[in-house]
Design a protein around this ligand. Structure first.
Ligand SMILES: CC(C)(COP(=O)(O)OP(=O)(O)OC[C@H]1O[C@@H](n2cnc3c(N)ncnc32)[C@H](O)[C@@H]1OP(=O)(O)O)[C@@H](O)C(=O)NCCC(=O)NCCS
Length: 180
């Protein structure tokens, strides 16, 4: 039998600084965060989690190495949020929510491509099933896409408008070109 080299456990309030650090490390790896903004992102994340984790609005999982020594090597989280009831093809035809949005999926570089990311995601999915959260969404970075697809996630039709970045570029009116 192969010896286990890591384990995954559910996050507790003492893990809040670690979760915030992992979130910043994830965005740095994705080149979506400038190093100068890292401390503020960590501080704001800690603030948010101090309320959301004890309330159960944020669920987290931490991966820890067992050998050669015990230390955090990754994490994943879920924001559990209410949705407006919507049509569904199961149960009584109505999906009432809540919805889980998977966030903060991160594994330290030395431990990548050893199944840690998949183990974290399987813990997330089991944890959500136990809480009867059936609608699960996420925004996939290129590094995570194959992992999520393997677990059954499919692309959706979501669109996004970044108003602070693009508002001035939104056309005020659309003119239909006339034929010459
Ligand atoms: C995305 C991320 C979390 C994946 O973590 P990971 O621990 O490497 O994930 P896994 O090991 O479960 O799977 C990754 C690959 O390793 C392969 N793998 C798993 N165990 C393996 C092993 N023992 N030997 C060889 N390959 C292995 C998997 O098959 C998978 O291959 P694929 O991508 O070609 O399908 C990690 O790369 C990361 O933190 N990236 C930076 C942050 C990021 O982009 N996060 C995602 C945000 S949406």
């Amino acid at each position: 039998m192969t010896e286990a080299t890591f384990r995954v456990r559910e996050a507790v309030p003492d893990d809040i600084p670690l979760i915030a650090d992992q979130r910043a490390a994830m965005f740095l790896d994705m080149r979506a965060l400038s190093p100068g903004s890292q401390p503020e992102l960590v501080r704001a994340t800690v603030d948010y989690l101090r309320g959301a984790l004890p309330r159960g609005e944020y669920l987290g999982w931490i991966a820890e190495s067992i050998t050669p020594r015990s230390q955090p090597i990754g994490g994943a989280g879920v924001q559990v949020r209410p949705i407006l009831p919507r049509p569904s093809t199961v149960d009584d035809g109505i999906e009432r929510g809540p919805e889980g949005i998977v966030l903060n999926v991160y594994v330290v570089p030395d431990w990548r491509r050893r199944g840690v990311g998949e183990a974290l995601m399987r813990s997330v999915l089991t944890g959500l099933a136990e809480r009867t959260v059936h609608r699960i969404v996420l925004h996939a970075a290129p590094d995570g896409r194959r992992l999520y697809e393997r677990l059954g996630f499919v692309p959706t039709n979501e669109m996004r408008l970044e108003t602070r970045r693009g508002y001035n570029k939104v056309p005020r009116s659309t003119t239909i070109p006339t034929e010459k």
